[in-house]
Structures are given as structure tokens and as C-alpha cells.
Design a protein around this ligand. Sequence first.
Ligand code: ARG
Length: 564
Amino acid sequence: MFENFKSEIAKQISALSGVAAETVEPAIGLPSDTVHGDLALTVPRLRMGGNPVKAAQSLAEQFQPTEAVIGAVATGPYVNFRINRATLARSVLGAVHATGSKYGWTNDGAGKRVIVEFSSPNIAKTFHVGHLRSTIIGNFIYNLHKAHGWDAVAMNYLGDWGKQYGLLAVGFERHGSEEELAADAISHLFDVYVKINADAEQDPAVHDEARAYFKRMEDGDEAALALWQRFRTMSIQKYKAIYARLGIHFDVYSGESQVGEGVTRAMSMLQEAGLLQEDDLGGKYVDLSAHRLDKAVVQKTDGATLYITRDLGAAIQRHELYNFDKAIYVVATQQDYYLKQLFKTLELLGLPYADRLQHINYGMVEGMSTRKGTVVFLEDLLNESQSKMHEVMRANQDKYQDVTDPEHIADVIGMSAIIIQDMSAKRIKDYDFNWDRMLSTEGDTGPYLQYAHARLCSLERKVHVKVNPGADVSLLTEDVAHRVITLISRYPDVLATAINTLEPCSIVQYLFKLSHAISSAWDSLKVLDQPEDVAEARLLMYWSARAVLSNALTLLGLEPVERM
Ligand code: ARG
């Protein structure tokens, strides 16, 4: 958005300084604060020799104002430029109006495919907060790639294979109930799993039974597989409902069980590459100690494969099936070492796509619990957040009466609270789960962002003018308006940065800034009871700000609400 202004400045500075315009242009940036100017030139970067403070002064003095760049002042080694706010407003608000919900999107990923593997819970075990983080961060990464024109595949790689599913089957024979399974597969299977683990503690023979059962599964015994298949299908059904509530969709439900012959292939590739070594007991491993990654065991003494063996096979199959340009694994930082081993092994196999794999990690959440105690199920967490938010909404009866579907709105805002809290800091940071803080409509929270959006929607409903892209935006001269417009102009840069860092917090922090700027404009720049031209110009600005809020919230995986 600022490109035109920058190149105009660069041209003139180049003529004045003798430094090539191509060198000048990248030295012009957006200042963090617009008090001194709208664009700043860092003079030392021109390498003119001599005293940069003096050079800045002389450049500022000689600069001839133009229609678009209206003035220059030196501050230390910088030259700050004032731009024509009306020109900026026209181009920014025009761009938002023209592109709407796609403002800031690019086609940079056109023709490229990315697999984003995320969520990936383990059937019959808890869907813990680590999985929740993978779910929401992964969904954001998926959305972000789509916004940049990538062909993105959302993949859920379920933990659905291994001896514990033999154990689960044995448990189901003892403690299972068809009715409960049909009612809520996830929580019933979890109960069964807890019970059979308790049994096994009393009686270790249960483990032998489980091993035998799993052996039948691995051998392809139909009866054994049928039960497991039902557990899998019904769990996926239930997961789908929860994901739908979160507004998340997966293109593929893959999983450890689906790797099948990929495992055999991975093993023979390792063999051929001379990477397989055998320990004293007959277990097989890949020695990664030369890469400071220790040994990676890929086959147990009894011939059983492991998590990493399945992941090796899965990577090979994914590449065959999807021919990806990039494959992202959204997995907790606890598995940093493991994923290094996985990626290194694929690299040692000489696979050309080994360097297209990327681990996106994230830290832990402390202290997350519901009223009932430690969280076991994601659903309980969502329900609790919804009901707490519902209470808050009910406290304001006037507004509450206007909300058409309060249950749903409470749910959306409750989820916003959880998700924004999660995405407020860099992924790698651990954080404390805090109900009071995240549900507050004041301070930097999800409900606050939703409120900012809803308030703009209500403005649009109430005012006497309509959004008009031809409004006279030269009337938007105030600092507060300029601040809002400048922030809107930066949104495309924010999206461009985010696709490199894959940090949701960069978007969240931006949204807080934008919402604060809107708030500061709110009291002084009224739309109601204003002359028509002023009202139209301001409405176009507020409407654009709302479009960006909505666009960014959606990208983060949230449904922007119109009333709350
Ligand atoms: N199911 C695993 C867990 O819960 C996460 C899977 C991560 N993805 C992978 N390709 N290993 O720990």
C-alpha cells in the first residue's frame, strides 16, 4: 500500500544523494509510531559516508514536497516523511472495498501443495490440551496457506494403532456397553481404557491377552479388526462433531493404522540403505548418534513396529499420494527430539522431499481444569466456556434480548476466549490457563475482539448512510482516523509475515492494535447525526476496519459475531 509513496520518495532522495533508488527504497520503512511521520528513511543505510545526522538534515531541507508526499523533517539520522492522508485513505479503503473478505490475500502459493497435519488425537486416550493447541494452531496454518493461494490438505493423523488397542478390545469385552458406545464413543472408550488398565495392574496376564489380541489385528484377523474398526469409526464420528463445533474440517482422516504396507516399505528402504542395525536381543534401530540424535529403535524384539516406523511409512506414502511441496507437522514441543529423529532418518534415506518437512511446535498449558477437576475431554472445556460466557451475557438483559441465538453466540465467544488466550503469545511459550482473564470483555481477550466486531456491525445497522466506496475520504484527516487507516494498510504485510513465521500471535497482536485504534476513534469520530459526506467517509473507514477484523478472526478459526 505504501509502495507508491516509497518509490516516489526513493526517486527524489536518489537524485539528491546520488545513491541508487534501489538502495534507497529498502531503507524506507514504517515507523512503529506515526508521531514523527508516516514513513521513515534510515540514512546510515545509504552508506553516504560522513555524518548521517547532518546528511538527514540536508536531505530533509532539500526535499521538495509533492502531491503524495507532503513534507520531510529530520530526526537524528532519520528523515521522516508525511504523506498525503487522503491519497493513502483512498487507496487503502478502495482496496478493502474491492477485495472484501479476501483483502490481504495473495496467490504466492499458487500451484503449490501443502499438507498440514494437525490435531491427531489418540483414540481411547484423553484429548488433552496439547491436542487442542495442535488443533487450533494447525487450523490457522491451514487457513493461512489457503489465503496465500496454496492447495492445502488438512490431515488428521490419528493415534489408532498399537498394543493399547488390543488392550482396549479386551477391556471392551469385559466392561463395554454398546449403548454407551453409541451415545458417546470417545468418553466410553476412555472409561473402558481406564478400567482395563486398572485390571491389568492387578493382573498382569491382561497384558498378554492384549498383546495376543493386537497380534491378531496385525495379522489381519477379521473379527479382531472389525471391533477395532468400529471403535475408530465411532470415535471419528464424535470427533467430527466436536471439530464442527470449532468450525474445523479435515480433508483426510489418516492415522497410524492406515500406514500398513508403508511400514514394510520403510523397513526395506532402511535395509537397502544400510541404515538398519540390530541389537543383542534382535531389535532393530537406526544409529543417529553421528547427528547427536542417539538411536532410533524402529522394530522391537518381537518384530512389532513403533511410532517412528509408522511415521516413516506415512511420510513416504504422503509424498507418493500428494506430491507435496511442503508438509507441516503441528506437534507439541515434547516431541521435538522425536521429530528430529524422524526427519533425519528420512534425510539419510536420501529422500528428496526430506527438507520439505517442517515441525511446527508449541509449548505447554498449565493449570487447565474445569469445575469438575482436571480436564479430560475437550467437550467439557468448550461447554464450560460456553456456560460461563452465557452467564456474562445474561447479566446485560437489554442486549441479551436482541441476540437471536444466545446459546450459539455464547459458544462462539467462549471458544474465542480460549483460542485468543492460546494465540496471544509465541507458540513456543508455555502459559497458564486463566478463566477470568480470558473471559473478560476488557483487556486483550477474545471476547474483546468479538465485541469490537459486533459494535461495528451495530453501527452499520443504525446509521442513516450506506457504505459508499466513492465517499470523500479526504475528510478523514484526524490523527485517530489516520491511525486506523494506517493499520488497515498494514494488514497485507501482517499476512505476508505470518506465512513465514506461522505464528498466530502476529495476527492476534495486530488485531488488538487495530481494535484499540478503532476504540480511540469511536468517541470522537461519530457517524450518527453527522453531515452526510462526513458520515459516509467515516462509515467507509469503520466498515473497512470491520472487514479486516472479520477477515482476520476467520483466519484464526473464529466466527465473527454480529451481536453479543
Ligand atoms: N498422536 C500423537 C500424540 O498424541 C501425535 C501425532 C503427531 N504426528 C505425527 N506424525 N507423529 O502424541
